[in-house]
Write a protein that binds this ligand. Structure first.
Ligand SMILES: NC(=O)c1ccc[n+]([C@@H]2O[C@H](COP(=O)([O-])OP(=O)(O)OC[C@H]3O[C@@H](n4cnc5c(N)ncnc54)[C@H](O)[C@@H]3O)[C@@H](O)[C@H]2O)c1
Length: 320
C-alpha cells in the first residue's frame, strides 16, 4: 500500500453515537488529553449535552479538551470521526444478529456525515464491525485505509491480558495479536506471541509453565466468549473498547504511528480481498497506511481464510 501524504492539524475528534461506547470513548480521550476538541453527536441531542457536561465537569482537574454536544456540521475539519451509533448485542445474541439493523443506521450516519466531510479518518466501532467497516468504506469512497474498524483490537488486548495472567507477568511485556473477524471466527496468532521478546513456547519451557494445545484452547475460548460473558453480566461492554480506541486516536491525531490488529478492506493481503478483516496494521494520521504480511502457520492461515468466508457470506446477504 502507498503511504498517505495526509497530515492532520486540528486535533479534533467527532464521536457519532453518545451511548455507552461513545461517551466512554469521550471520557477516556478527555482523561488522556488525546484531542484538543471532542464533539459528541447523536440523534438524541439532549443526551450529547448531558454526557458532555458530565465529562466537562471533571476537566478542570484532569484534561484540557474542549468537549461539547454538537451536530453533523461539526464533522468538518475533524482529524478523526468515530462511529459508535447503533444498538449493542442483547444477551445471547451474536454480533452478526445485529447486522441488518445496524447497517441501516450506518448508512444514515454516512449520509449525514458526507455533506460536511472535509478531511479525516473514519473509525467504525459499531457491530458487526467488519461488515459495517466494509459498507462505510464503500459509501465514503475515500482512499483505502482512510475508513477502518476497531476490529480485533479489543480481542488482542484481551489476549494480552489473559496471557499476562497465565504467565504471572505484567501486560507490558506481552506481545500478541488476534486476527480475522471480531466475533466467533477470531484467530489468535499463537505463533507470534512473545513474553519479554521471547517466543511464548520458549518462555514457558524456561519457566516450567505448561504450554500445549489444551492451554492454548482454554485461553482462546476464554477470549472468544469474554464479550458475551460481560454482556450477560452487565448488559453491555464499553470501558475496554474505549481504552483501546485511545491508542488509535493518539496515533491519528497526534501523529504517533502505532501497530494494531484493526479491520480494513483487504487488497490481497494474506490471500484475502474485497472483505474487511483484522490484520496487524500500521496506523497513523492517514488511517491504515500498511497491512503487515507476517507469516503464520498453515492452521492459522486456514482459520483466517475461513473467517474471511464467513464475513463475505454475511456481506452477500445485505441488499443495500
Ligand atoms: N467494536 C467493539 O469492540 C465494540 C465493543 C463494544 C460495543 N460495540 C458496539 O458499539 C455500538 C454502540 O454500543 P452502545 O453500548 O454504545 O449502544 P447504545 O445503545 O448505548 O448507544 C448507541 C447510540 O447510538 C445512537 N444512534 C442511533 N442511530 C443514530 C444515528 N443515525 N446518528 C447518531 N446517533 C445514533 C443512539 O441514540 C444511542 O445513543 C454497538 O453496535 C455495539 O455492539 C463495539
Amino acid at each position: 500500500m502507498k503511504k498517505s501524504s495526509y497530515t492532520p492539524g486540528n486535533r479534533k475528534i467527532a464521536i457519532i453515537g453518545a451511548g455507552y461506547v461513545g461517551s466512554s470513548i469521550a471520557y477516556a480521550l478527555a482523561l488522556r488529553d488525546v484531542a484538543r476538541e471532542i464533539v459528541l453527536i447523536d440523534v438524541n441531542h439532549e443526551k450529547t449535552i448531558g454526557e458532555a457536561k458530565d465529562i466537562r465537569h471533571g476537566l478542570p482537574i484532569m484534561g484540557t479538551a474542549d468537549l461539547y454536544g454538537g451536530d453533523y456540521n461539526d464533522c468538518s475539519d475533524c482529524d478523526l470521526i468515530i462511529i459508535t451509533a447503533g444498538r449493542g448485542r442483547r444477551p445471547g445474541e451474536s454480533r452478526l444478529d445485529l447486522t441488518n439493523e445496524n447497517v441501516k443506521i450506518i448508512k444514515t450516519v454516512i449520509n449525514d456525515i458526507k455533506p460536511y466531510y472535509t478531511r479525516g479518518v473514519i473509525l467504525v466501532i459499531s457491530n458487526p464491525v467488519d461488515i459495517l467497516t466494509y459498507k462505510a468504506a464503500e459509501w465514503m469512497s475515500l482512499s483505502n485505509g482512510m475508513v477502518f474498524g476497531s476490529g480485533c483490537i479489543l480481542d488482542s488486548s484481551r489476549l494480552v491480558r489473559a496471557i499476562a495472567d497465565y504467565a504471572g507477568v505484567s501486560t507490558g511485556v506481552i506481545n500478541g495479536y488476534v486476527v480475522g473477524e471480531h466475533g466467533d471466527a477470531q484467530v489468535p496468532i499463537w505463533s507470534h506471541v512473545t513474553v519479554g521478546g521471547i517466543p511464548i513456547d520458549e518462555y514457558c519451557k524456561d519457566t516450567g509453565l505448561p504450554w500445549n494445545d489444551t492451554v492454548r484452547a482454554k485461553i482462546s475460548d476464554e477470549i472468544r466468549v469474554m464479550g458475551a460473558e460481560i454482556i450477560s453480566a452487565k448488559g453491555r461492554t464499553h470501558y475496554g473498547i474505549a481504552t483501546c480506541v485511545c491508542q488509535i486516536a493518539d496515533a491519528i491525531v497526534n501523529m504517533r504511528p502505532t501497530i494494531s490488529s484493526v479491520s480494513s478492506v483487504l487488497m490481497g493481503e494474506h490471500g484475502c480481498s474485497d472483505v474487511a478483516l483484522s490484520v496487524p496494521s500500521v496506523i497513523g494520521p492517514g488511517g491504515v497506511s500498511q497491512r503487515l504480511g507476517e507469516k503464520w502457520t498453515p492452521d492459522e492461515y486456514s482459520r483466517f481464510l475461513k473467517a474471511g468466508d464467513n464475513v463475505q457470506k454475511m456481506l452477500q446477504t445485505i441488499s443495500f
